[in-house]
Design a protein around this ligand. Structure first.
Ligand code: GLA
Length: 740
């Protein structure tokens, strides 16, 4: 059993074959951390790891014990009492003005399996035997309030899932000003903090800095998880590489405002705290009410970043994504956006669909511009019925024709948004998020609907239902194109205004849940102006996400490489678009655009009617190739080999579960003159298998490919070669097949 309790020392040990997470209960009843890392033996007493020394300037809860200073103790869920001076996990403002809470251990329960979190996305179990959950109950006597810390450990995954809930049994309401999902205090600070940062069109670039004393953090206060920072941080050792060394990953299953921080104290211990951002959160907890935090996921690896990523990938794919599409290869789609933008006409769309079908596409997606009066981005959000001047037979008529061609049909929505110029706004101006007597800011010419109001969510559901009930819609792209501002809800009373950011995202989740329940076969792709809501919370509802509005192959190398730090290939929306590229105006070869987009869900984002005959032939071949290999690409084990953030090349590879097949993507954007010799050391192969390699003249053993490496030298600019088939934006795909 993976959760052990040692009565005599009050020690909890959560472990599986690879990891251990150990804590005990201190003499003041506070749960304190002893160890988190590589598996340790299960034994009665690890109390020596709780180092207690009398330090100058400390504040002590006891007159007779100067060694016990909360400020120097590594804790499970710190609160600002008894002298902890670091970032707290919980702050509650009470009627008497106090913000001190003191939760003392009372009892615990251990249950097989893993509980669902009410109204929140979370990882799950399929079989109760695959995980155990510890519920640690703590009580604040003065507040008459219970805190429950929830820990799940899987038998076969290097992950601990943590969350917390609080229930008020007193007769008074108090206000939660902060309630985080998890706190982990590590005993040293010899780490680099790796985060995924960026902006629109350059999401999830890798940032890595050595920790320094003080707080360093990533966060969102935008109402969505954001382009700017992902709800994730990793602490890695300086010497940790992709394939060796320690890495601790922390990820939050949440799509709203978050904070993830490392707080290094002057004694060089490191506190990692992750959860809902306290700056935009005030939650009045009334008598008998419970508040549940989102779930945090803690992954430990001593085998480098690839192993950490692979743990997240399989967890997200297998125990976070749900439903019909979870384990299915994703349809190859053509999306209309970069092909025609808002210029939608039924005849044109049918021509595009017909041509897509001829190329081998399986799903035609009609993007923005299909609904009433939507000719540009200034109007109509909120009015989800077809523009009959553009689509005289409505969505149903169009979808029917497209289905008759043998294609599935998909549609774009932006459910959380409203245009000032819309029927919905005329009817319900109060449904816009706005602060009384103040200006309402616009983003992309639009306002945000008050999704904290269940009536609004229901009204949008009803509108979408009218469109979806034709039963011809196989896919929805759910977009979200602006951040929240002036966040105030006319639906909720004054004292609830600090809950609106969180209630907004709960409203988003509830609409997803209603739609999934009503239409279980629809494939959802989440999107937020590209990749502003590429987070684990979304993956619970939509198994794939539009990775970025930037479809340029060279830029995509960084974006997809960074995204792979946490998210599986099956979740990354990746399309081949036209050249020159619409965002960067760069001309990359068609094969390089596909060689990058293969490592994702794969599709096209262009007008297929404008393709030359030669391009059409090439695209047909690309689609055939992807159909052959997509199962392996989307569900195999992914390894990063060469980073675009470090060198001038990028390389990655995917290996099948039986290790008999592997696919390598190699990219060298800029031609070099008289370039150096290069080898690519592969990963994850079976050392004893001999592999045939596409475009190579002899089979090689896995052992050779992983140790001597695959020769990838680029001779194009050398004396004996005219370089005619190389040049800038070079990419190569190698397919390895074990000799049977
Ligand atoms: C956002 C999306 C794009 C496209 C447009 C439509 O920018 O990220 O892919 O759907 O909206 O307006």
């Amino acid at each position: 059993m993976p959760v052990h309790f040692h009565e005599s020392t009050k020690t909890f040990h959560l472990f599986n074959g690879k990891i251990s997470y150990i804590f005990t209960i201190a003499k003041n009843g506070m749960p304190v951390q002893l160890y988190y890392g590589k598996r340790l033996p299960d034994k009665e007493d690890y109390s020596y790891l709780l180092e207690l020394y009398a330090r100058p300037m400390s504040v002590n809860p006891y007159f007779d014990d100067k060694t016990f200073a909360v400020e120097h103790i590594r804790q499970e869920y710190p609160s600002p009492f008894a002298g902890d001076m670091r970032t707290p996990s919980i702050v509650a403002a009470q009627n008497n003005g106090s913000r001190i809470v003191e939760f003392v251990y009372d009892h615990f329960e251990i249950k097989n399996g893993k509980p669902a979190l009410k109204n929140l996305p979370a990882c799950y179990c399929i079989d109760e035997k695959e995980a155990q959950t510890l519920y640690l109950y703590l009580k604040d006597e003065v507040l008459n309030t219970w805190l429950c810390l929830i820990y799940t450990i899987y038998e076969n995954r290097n992950v601990i899932c943590r969350s917390a809930n609080i229930t008020n049994y007193s007769k008074e309401t108090f206000v939660l000003e902060s309630m985080l999902s998890a706190n982990v205090d590590l005993p040293d600070d010899d780490y680099e903090m790796l985060t995924l940062a960026g902006a629109w069109a350059r999401e999830r670039n890798i940032e890595c800095h050595k920790l320094h004393p003080g707080i360093q953090s990533v966060y969102s206060l935008r109402g969505h998880s954001s382009h700017n920072f992902n709800p994730f941080l990793c602490l890695k050792r300086k010497e940790t590489t992709e394939n060796t060394g320690e890495a601790y990953g922390f990820s939050l299953v949440y799509s709203g405002n978050f904070q993830a921080l490392a707080d290094v104290d002057t004694y060089h211990t490191t506190r990692v705290a992750i959860g809902i951002h306290p700056a935009s959160f005030r939650w009045p907890l009334k008598p008998e009410e419970t508040f549940q935090t989102p779930e945090a996921l803690l992954v430990y690896s001593d085998l480098g970043l690839n192993d950490m990523s692979q743990t997240f990938h399989s967890l997200f794919r297998e125990r976070l994504c749900r439903g019909f599409w979870k384990d299915r290869v994703r349809p190859i789609l053509l999306n209309s956006w970069e092909g025609v933008y808002f210029d939608i006409q039924e005849n044109k769309i049918l021509e595009m669909a017909q041509k897509s079908k001829e190329l081998g596409v399986e799903l035609f997606v009609l993007d923005d511009g299909w609904f009433k009066n939507r000719n540009d981005d200034t109007s109509s959000l909120g009015d989800w019925s077809a523009d009959l001047t553009k689509l005289p037979h409505g969505i149903e008529g169009l979808a029917e024709k497209i289905n008759e061609m043998g294609l599935e049909f998909g549609l774009w929505f932006e459910p959380e948004m409203i245009s000032k110029n819309s029927d919905l706004y005329k009817e319900h101006p109060e449904w816009v998020l706005h602060t009384p007597n103040r200006n309402i800011s616009v983003g992309r010419n639009q306002y945000v609907l008050d999704f904290s109001n269940p009536e609004v969510v229901d009204a949008i559901f009803k509108q979408m239902k009218k469109v979806l009930d034709c039963n011809r819609i196989a896919y929805i792209k759910w977009d979200m194109n602006r951040s929240l501002s002036e966040v105030y809800s006319s639906y909720w009373p004054q004292e609830e205004q600090g809950t609106i950011y969180h209630r907004f995202i709960l409203g988003v989740y509830s609409l997803y849940e209603k739609l999934i329940e009503a239409y279980p076969h629809i494939l959802f792709e989440s999107c937020a102006a590209g990749g502003a809501r590429f987070d684990p919370g979304m993956l619970y509802y939509a198994p794939q996400a539009w990775t970025s509005d930037d479809t340029d192959a060279v830029e995509r190398l960084k974006i997809q490489y960074g995204t792979s730090m946490l998210y599986p290939i099956s979740s990354m929306g990746s399309h081949v678009s036209a050249a020159p590229n619409h965002q960067l105006h760069r001309n990359t070869p068609l094969n390089t655009r596909a060689n990058v987009a293969y490592f994702g869900t794969f599709g096209y984002e262009l007008d297929p009617c404008k393709l030359s005959d030669e391009e059409s032939i090439q695209i047909k071949e690309q689609i055939q190739w992807m159909k052959k290999y997509r199962k392996l690409i989307q569900f195999g084990t992914f390894y990063r080999l060469k980073s675009p953030f470090i060198g001038k090349e990028t390389a990655w590879m995917i290996v099948s579960d039986d290790k008999k097949t592997a696919i390598i993507g190699y990219y060298r954007p800029l031609q070099e003159i008289n370039s150096v010799y290069r080898r690519l050391k592969l990963q994850g192969l079976d050392p004893s298998f001999e592999y045939n390699i596409s475009s190579a003249d002899r089979p090689l053993f896995g052992q050779e490919l992983m140790n001597a490496g695959l020769v990838i030298s680029d001779y194009s600019a050398s004396e004996n070669n005219d370089g005619s088939n190389e040049g800038d934006y070079l990419s190569r795909i190698y397919v390895l097949n074990a000799v049977s």
